[in-house]
Structure formats: C-alpha cells, structure tokens
Design a protein around this ligand. Sequence first.
Ligand code: ADP
Length: 500
Amino acid sequence: MMIADNADLIQPAGPEETQTFAGGHLIEGQIVSAISGRTFAVINPATGVEVGSAALGDVHDVERAVAAAAKARQAWAAVPARERGAKLARGASRMIEKVEVIARLLALETGKAIRTECRPEVMTAADIGSFYGGLGSELKGETLPFRPDLLSITVREPLGVVAAILPWNVPLVLMMLKIAPALVAGNTVVVKTAEEAPLATLMAARVLAEELPAGVLNVVHGFGPDCGQPLVEHPLVAKVTFTGSQPVGETIYASAAQKLIPVSLELGGKSPMIVMSDADLAKAVAGAIAGMRFTRQGQSCTAASRIYVHETIYEAFLESLAAAVRKLKIGNPLDEATDIGTIISRDQMDRIEHFVRLGQETPNVRMIVCGTVPDDKNLDPALFALPMLVADVPEDSPLMREEIFGPIACVVPWNDYEDVLKAANDSEFGLAASVWTNDLTKALDATRRLNAGYVQVNQNLTIQPNLSYGGFGKSGLGKEASLEAMLEHFSRKKTIVFAG
Ligand code: ADP
C-alpha cells in the first residue's frame, strides 16, 4: 500500500513486502508534500523496483523549511544547553528502538547489506547522538586576564539556521555528525537528503524530531541544483555543513563565500595503507577488508584504496586478501547471511566499470576478481559490482589517483621506505592513512609524516564519536565527530567586557 504524505512513516501498515514509502518533507514537525505536488521515485538498486517516492523540493520548499527553522531559533537557543542535549539523546535512544524498521528501509534504498552495514549504521548514528547529547555543558566560555578593574569573558552563541547537505553512502551517520553538534549548540537545522536515499534519513530524522520543538529539525528532499543550491544561498542560512563530492563541495564553498558564511566540507579521499615487511599478515589482511569497506561495496570516502605492501610479503598478502574477500557473501541486502550488497545507482556503476576497463587496458596490471554475481531470480544483477584487487598498478594511473567509490582496491609492492611515504603522500586528498608494522619507531615516524587527517597504526577504524575527523587538502575543511567540531563549527564566540 502507498503511505499517504501525512501518515506515520515509522510503522507503515500492510504486509512488509508490498509496502512502498512516500516521504514528504519534514517541516515544523509535520510531514508535508512539496508545494509543487511533485515527487521523485526512490529505487531499490538490488531489484530495480521502486521503494517509494519522496517530495521533490525546490526553492519554495526550501523557503518554507528555512522559515520554520528561523522561527524556532530563538526559543531553541534559550533552552539550557544540557536540556537540548538530553532531548537529542532521548531521540537517539528512540532510534535504537526503531533500528529494525530504519535499517530495513536503508537497505532497500541503498542496496547495502542489513547485517553488515545498515543496522550498524543506525546504531552508530544513535551513538553519535548520545555522545553529543552529553556535551551541552561543554559550551563554555573563558575569563580573560585583561585588566583587573574589568571582567572580560567570552561566551559561545549558536550561529542560527544550519544547512546540512548529505550524500547517500552513509546518510544516517553523516546526518547525525552534522545535526547533533548543531542542535546541542543551539542552532536549528534544515537537512537536505541525498536524492538516491532520502527515506531512511527522513524516518530517522522524524524519530529525533519527535523529541524536539517543532521547526528545530527540518528535512527537505530534492536534487542538488534545484533544492541544495537554494538552501546554501538562502539569506537566513548561517552555516553550511556538507559531505559529498569535491566539485559540489567547491561550488558550495563559492556560494557560501558570497554570503561570507562558514562551511564545513567533507569531500573525497584516496587513502593509503602501508604494510611493512614485519606486519602481522592476518591482521593487515583483515585491516584491508575493513579499510576498503568491502561490505559497503567500497563506497566510502576513507576507503583504504591504495594498499602499498612490502615486496617481501606482497604475493602472500595478495593471495590471503583475495581468499578473505572471496569468503564474503554477495547477495540480497535484506538477507542476514549477506555481507556485500549492491552499488547505489547506474551512474556509480558506470564509473566503476570505467575504472575496471582502465585496469584491463593497462599493461602488466593484474585484475583479481573476488566473487560472483548472485544467482537469485528476485534480484537484478545490474548493480552488483564484484570486489576486485588491482595489482601492480603504476603510480600515475588514474586508478591510483582518483576516488573510485567502488569495491576496487589497488595493491602495489614497495621496497624503499622513503619512496613509499612519498607515494602515499602524492595525492591531492588527505583524508585517512594507515601503517601496519610492529616497529614502534617506524610507526611513529610514519604517523608524523603522513599527510592525512586520520592516521591509524595496525587498524582501519571508521569514524568514531570523540575522535576528531576531517581531511587535509582537497579532502575538505573542518572537523567532525568531536567536541571541537561542535565548538569550532557550530557556535561563535563573543567577547564581553564589564566595567564596575
Ligand atoms: P555524490 O556523488 O556522493 O552523490 P554529490 O556531491 O553529487 O555527491 O552530492 C552530495 C549532496 O550534495 C546531495 O545531497 C546533492 O543533492 C547535493 N548537491 C549537489 N549539487 C549541489 C549544489 N550545487 N548545491 C548544493 N547541494 C548540491
């Protein structure tokens, strides 16, 4: 059955298999249709069948959402910071209660496997909400030793209305990284969902919004130029926080410059992983699988997609990695046994296929395919990209330089430490890097010299609450996930001087 615009999205009626979802905008606590009445289809990439539709937002819907956020601003800023945090934390625990329904919808619209990706994503998003929920009392100022006859202090104030623009790859986590610090700091928010995956984001936002005053958290759906751009340009939007592609990030930065408002940008990556000769091979192989985000089909900004392995263990590493990746089950995202689902869209698949062809055409490059397309008549095989190790890739190949955003890991041998560090740093990006060794001196040296915002030794963790996350160079501007992110990027400091 079709769910009407104002019906409860969280527990849609009817048998699960026959449900489709109609996602309106969330404005001032209500689910509403686009003013134009138009919608766009949301497709399940694993079957090609419509999951449902979302309101097609344009400048008029943006106007309405920003007006709602602007109206709610003063009252929300006047709520004590700890109470704002407590409300967010309550919303986050309600997300956990709704994990199954949100994760299922996320799997349907993204093609990501429910067990390995979607359920953990809901839990991580909730964890980030609960982390920031406890940080309200950290919005502190300072006393300044200026003159003894004057009391000089600083206080932190909210910025106003924050625009949060999301991509499709981990939409719930990325939404929470943006809205949680923004809300606790006393801002109101308009989220622009990703056009490929708007529905689970809406569902999660709705759960959170039920704990918040109307208008504090609003959500609009639509396409970049028609909905995202007017949001960035809106005169009442005081801050933009964005995760997505580098070209769009640059466009947003340029628009924000016209208004002289701050931006946080989390853009691409081409993260190196350096495996030294003494590394624990089994750990490094497991780390490569985790780092490459193979269970997310490699659709990650931090994907460890350039793996440099010391020549003495290179062949053994390749063999073990291929064997381990082959053990991952590619299949129906809703199946609990599935490790790897599908790519998000035809466009993204075309991009991946372009890089696969490039690898096939490059002399002396070995393409090691690690899996088969699932043989299931209920699935459309079109968007199942097979995990691939591309071995012996030349350093100047686009495979080594450009972000693929697919399950393709480049693996290359090295023999000189200085050379491999140079190669690892020879990238316009600087998001993440890892080093694999038991040699403490080398590990310390490499962590100091690697040009990346998130450097790990003997592990490849994803984003974690409390660990400052953000790239160097063309990977972006600003930090997320930490206290610093809330203080530096979602509040402004005012200096006040009292005379007696
Ligand atoms: P991806 O390739 O990961 O989809 P994009 O950078 O294309 O990344 O999109 C990320 C988000 O940015 C999406 O929500 C998209 O609609 C939005 N977007 C795209 N173009 C613009 C724009 N010009 N202004 C604001 N938002 C945009």
